[in-house]
Write a protein that binds this ligand. Sequence first.
Ligand code: ADP
Ligand code: MG
Length: 369
Amino acid sequence: MTVATEDLFIGAISGTSMDGIDLAVLRNGPSPAIEAGHTAPFTDALRNALSDLALGRVQDLDALGAAHAALGDAIGAAILSFLRDLGLDPSQIRAIGSHGQTVRHRPQGDQAFSLQIGDPNRIAERTGIDTIADFRGRDIAAGGQGAPLVPMFHQALFGSASTDRAILNIGGIANLTLLSKSAECPLSGFDTGPGNTLLDAWVEQCMRQPFDTDGAWSAGGGVAPTLLKELAEDPYFARPPPKSTGKEHFNLGWFEPRIAGFDPRDVQATLAQLSADTVATALLRWGSPRGEVIVCGGGRLNHDLMQRLAQALPDHTIEPCETLGLSGDWIEAAAFAWLAARHIARQPGNSAEVTGAAGPRVLGALYPA
Ligand SMILES: Nc1ncnc2c1ncn2[C@@H]1O[C@H](COP(=O)(O)OP(=O)(O)O)[C@@H](O)[C@H]1O
Ligand SMILES: [Mg+2]
């Protein structure tokens, strides 16, 4: 099978934050270009079902199967509506790369696995487009973390010969890709820990809001140093890469037992400081002491978090992805479009240096149109 260099691909992902299905159209080629993006919101029922599964509140197989089917339908419908809005016909799309929704990520140990749902059979059936899914499993089978999978795409999109550049994606979990201006430096990338997930969980618990808009609530709180120190002692933060994590570790239950007696707003400020500090510490420890940090993902819109990050990294230039003319909302979805193109071309989608896999592997499985 050959891929024309100018083929269009669609990427679809629902991230840890479960704020919707992100879609991107990628024109693949030597310099991949993101042509369009869109976020399709979940119905409350689907969001609740996914959230219950991801947090382990619901453990039964019938619920898992039903959510797998419902999310597959929702992704298929979202793609069709997105294509209609863009005036594109499904026949113009070479393939869909669908990440789906992670409901469990356990990359450590003999029985490591990472489970994404959102039935790709249904996506292929609804859209009539070749669909590639299950991107993480093969890397894990080869001994890798199965995550993060975006660094190679970051390299293709953001690599620069003149500056060291870190790409920071602040989703529910935050991940860093370290791009060196020197071609000899291996690609590096890993999850630093919580991005927005703890902030979202706490503001939801205290204020019944899905997120702390612009970080206004945390900005008015004071950091509690003893709590911050205790949270930062979690062994995940000091563990060297390759590493990846998720909501099964960093969730409300992780910090709630330690916050008795603290003002709720101070807790939010402390959680924001924790996200900023753990990103900064990881970058300084495993990356470059100075250079550019390009920020994508929803956390770049949290002013308070961005301010704390700038304070923690005074020798770095911190800019949202938009500075380079790219929307920070569509990078991850575009990465899965790119991974679909890699699958079709039988090219590896993982970087063994990043994930710790035994070697490069073609990722995903094809569900033909
Ligand atoms: N205006 C905003 N102010 C503060 N936080 C925001 C804002 N917009 C988005 N976010 C944060 O970004 C998250 C979504 O980011 P996203 O990159 O989609 O993460 P994920 O990949 O985990 O879905 C929201 O849950 C929220 O925490
Ligand atoms: Mg999201």
